[in-house]
Write a protein that binds this ligand. Structure first.
Ligand code: ZN
Length: 176
């Protein structure tokens, strides 16, 4: 009984820290948006997990392009916060894509997502697949695989190799 009680207490402490951490990040970014006059709103994933959406004007949050021709980051997500460049705000596919990443983060307790995204090629490909699929349900898996193979996410894998990863990942999920 004492073991169970100890375990429950540990879980309660971790859960409280998790929620406190999420609200701290949301609070800090809401403050940044307020202070810089950026538009923002909240949405929810998994019914009650908050996600803050910020429209970044003048590269307050997203990195600024360095010099001519440098890539101007259109969108990014920071924990439960999704930031979209003002130039891409009207194009809802960016928000849809980043919201999926926010959902994946909640699902894997943030740190799990970060570790898998950084160190597991297979998981990173599937995370991006889910995000691209959310942008447009009508796009085929073949097209997404091609797109991923052309971008940095594909890590130099071919379209066929990425398709194999997506399919094996999905079959595995169906089994569990
Ligand atoms: Zn992505």
């Amino acid at each position: 009984m004492r073991i169970v009680r100890g375990l429950v207490r540990k879980i309660a402490v971790i859960a409280t820290a998790y929620v406190a951490g999420v609200f701290l990040i949301l609070g800090v970014y809401t403050g940044i948006a307020e202070c810089n006059g950026l538009d923002y709103s909240y949405t929810f994933v998994y019914t009650f997990c908050p996600v803050l959406k910020i429209k970044d004007s003048g590269n307050i949050i997203l990195p600024e392009p360095h010099g001519d021709g440098d890539y101007d980051t259109p969108a990014g997500s920071y924990g439960p916060v999704v930031v979209i460049d003002e130039l891409c705000w009207e194009d809802t596919t960016f928000v849809e894509h980043e919201i999926v990443h926010a959902r994946q983060r909640y699902r894997l307790f943030f740190i799990g997502f970060q570790l898998l995204y950084t160190y597991s090629e297979r998981d990173r490909i599937y995370f991006e697949y889910e995000a691209f699929k959310a942008e447009n349900r009508l796009v085929s898996d073949e097209e997404i695989a091609l797109q991923l193979s052309l971008e940095v996410y594909g890590n130099g894998l071919s379209r066929e190799q990425i398709l194999v990863v997506i399919n094996s990942y999905r079959t595995e999920q169906l089994k569990t």
